[in-house]
Design a protein around this ligand. Structure first.
Ligand SMILES: C[S@@+](CC[C@H](N)C(=O)[O-])C[C@H]1O[C@@H](n2cnc3c(N)ncnc32)[C@H](O)[C@@H]1O
Length: 245
């Protein structure tokens, strides 16, 4: 079935595509973009929800986003134009791991896109290549809240527990200056939003050729979540600075 249909359904409310509510996004951005006139980069920006919030809050900020999804970038462009911030946003349709820019950025964001780089630490290495001295990195990735079942590992891959995740970031040369652990409500809302919007569309469009498959996708995802990883999945978002430049 058309995978973009799922993204369109699940992103209709323009929330970030990660388990964080609007207030958490606002608090994290306030500690990341706080000096005025910054250049901000988002690696794996999706529909650029983080950048659009930044641009609408800070009229002096300019931003660039990188993503491999052309439909997501097209929606980001349309939304930016509608919000009147389109002239301050550049979007790149390419692999974020291969993105190069002649100028560094004051803030580099990458939330929920660590798989594009092969994990959290390689994501930080990529962010560092783009970061101006004194810059901030905002990175979000999964961790194990509890020992995962075999099924959880099969569905989500390999992560560490919370303390080990942060220890590894620190040992890699970064200092957390703020952080947020997604709450049970944020984690559950994310899954209900995703499965609920796809299921609602399927039930409302029984005549559509993708309807039965969409309902099956929603059902399988909900079952994997509830039976497989709900108890073990955690999500951490960190605001980081280099420990020494
Ligand atoms: C879970 S979404 C997160 C989007 C956004 N950071 C947010 O929080 O709203 C992950 C995004 O990473 C993008 N992505 C996956 N692999 C990528 C790659 N190699 N280069 C760039 N983007 C990639 C996907 O297209 C998707 O938009």
């Amino acid at each position: 079935m058309d995978r973009d249909l799922i993204s369109r359904l699940t992103r209709a409310d323009h929330s970030v595509n990660s388990p964080l509510d609007d207030e958490s996004v606002r608090r994290l951005l306030r500690r990341t973009v706080d000096r005025g006139g910054e250049r901000v980069l988002d690696l794996g920006c999706g529909e650029a929800a983080w950048l659009l919030r930044t641009l609408t809050t800070h009229p002096d900020v300019t931003a660039e986003g990188v993503d491999t999804s052309a439909p997501a970038l097209a929606r980001a462009r349309k939304e930016a134009t509608g919000l009147g911030v389109g002239e301050r946003l550049v979007l790149h349709h390419q692999d974020a791991a291969e993105f190069a820019s002649p100028q560094p950025f004051d803030a580099v964001l990458s939330v929920g896109a660590a798989h594009a780089f092969g994990g959290l630490l390689p994501t930080l290495d990529a962010a560092r290549r783009h970061l101006a001295p004194g810059g901030r990195v905002l990175v979000g990735d999964a961790y194990w809240e509890r020992e995962p079942s075999t099924a959880a590992r099969e569905i989500l891959g390999e992560y560490e527990d919370l303390a080990t995740t942060v220890d590894r970031v620190v040992a890699h040369g970064w200092t957390p200056v703020f952080g947020h652990l997604s709450t049970r409500q944020e984690l559950d809302d994310f899954e209900w939003r995703w499965t609920g919007s796809v299921a609602t569309w399927a039930l409302d469009h029984p005549e559509h050729p993708d309807s039965a498959e969409a309902l099956e996708v929603a059902t399988t995802h909900r079952s994997q979540w509830l039976h497989g990883y709900r108890d073990s999945f955690g999500f951490i978002t960190l605001v980081l600075r280099r420990t020494s430049e």
